[in-house]
Design a protein around this ligand. Sequence first.
Ligand code: URA
Length: 436
Amino acid sequence: MRAVDVVMKKRQGEILSDKEIGFIIKGYVDGSIPEYQVSALLMAIYFKGMTAGETASLTRFMLDSGDRMNLSGIPGPFVDKHSTGGVGDKISLPLAPIVAACGAKVPMMSGRALGHTGGTLDKLESIPGYSTVLDIGSFREGIKAEGFAMTGQTARVVPADKLLYALRDVTATVESIPLITASILSKKVAEGADALVFDVKAGPGAFMKTPQDALLLAESLVGTGTAMGKRIVAVITDMSEPLGRAVGNFFEIEETLDCLEGRGPEDVVYLTYRLGAWMLVLSGLAEDLEDGEKRCAQAVASGKAMDLFLANVRRQGGDVERMLALRGRYRSEHRAYLRAPASGYIVGLDAWKIGMAGVHLGVGRNTTADSVAPDVGFIFKKKRGDKVRKGDEVAEVFGSGLQGLAKALDLAAQALSVGPEPPAPSPLVLREILAS
Ligand code: URA
């Protein structure tokens, strides 16, 4: 078999066989097929697409390029959630202990902030002492004891994705539904979960800017994941404004504690319980969504979810007492205020601009080599739909340095729009996609 023939076949819009896809992925990982031929194939896939069968085959070969998490000997059910990335999206943090408190096991492997989107690992590492680098033994121990553990992906999890993602990044082929599907699914299936809930974000602060594109990705994830024998639901959710009131690494830990104490912001609580309910339904631990949401609320009201979260923080090296003592006080000395430019109603708080402002503050990073800070970000006092008077504080803003703070304030001011009338209410959950 020759790589050039496979490229030509896809360029002509034909369907690649399992053998051809396997030949390319194995050859790329072992170095026998050069980057320029894989680049050409990626571009052909970008333009010609892939069938559900080809996407499942690509996902399988990518998965087989590395290790899978061995969860044998631990009683399930195993379930996880994946978000395609947003601003202020800390849902994984309260969700994992809540779902664990309801009896499921959550083997959670997360990522870091990049560009305008935040990262669960950076948020966890803002807790003094907390380690997100777990060996398999510690990961298993955490899942056995608390029902969940939080770690980063090791180099051995889907190495093909690390290579392909870097190549897609420099060949303008990131935005391809089959390539995104295989990238996300291969990593999630490697974790060992039997059921997966995808939170596919749509809007300016999301990877998929329109609900139509989000729907294509959601359907592709559900179709391909189901073909791989997993129970899958994709929930399309709005990401036109940041989630919750906190955008910032430790600030979002504080909001997580608020949620686990039953006093989190309405949007965060609603989405956490909705995604949690789906996880419980898919795991056979709830009869339906209503029952699932009730169980999530009970896990919080009983204090069980909070106990599990604190036990996880301790297990992963975090200093619980210091975390609790820092609550409301872990703030950079460089502070400013985002103020309403006019009287009226907030009609927009562009999540992408707030996310990019967060990069200037030190919440997120432009490149994987950049470092982030724990004590910076936004605390919003007002959000979309709220009434404001000119000069009112919309957010407290904290930055690592004065220069970054000024740039962030400038961008945040552009993100904020105030109009004379309240905006039409818009739902947070746009659609829910189940296997057909
Ligand atoms: N996230 C991933 O993990 N992979 C993609 O291709 C896009 C987003």
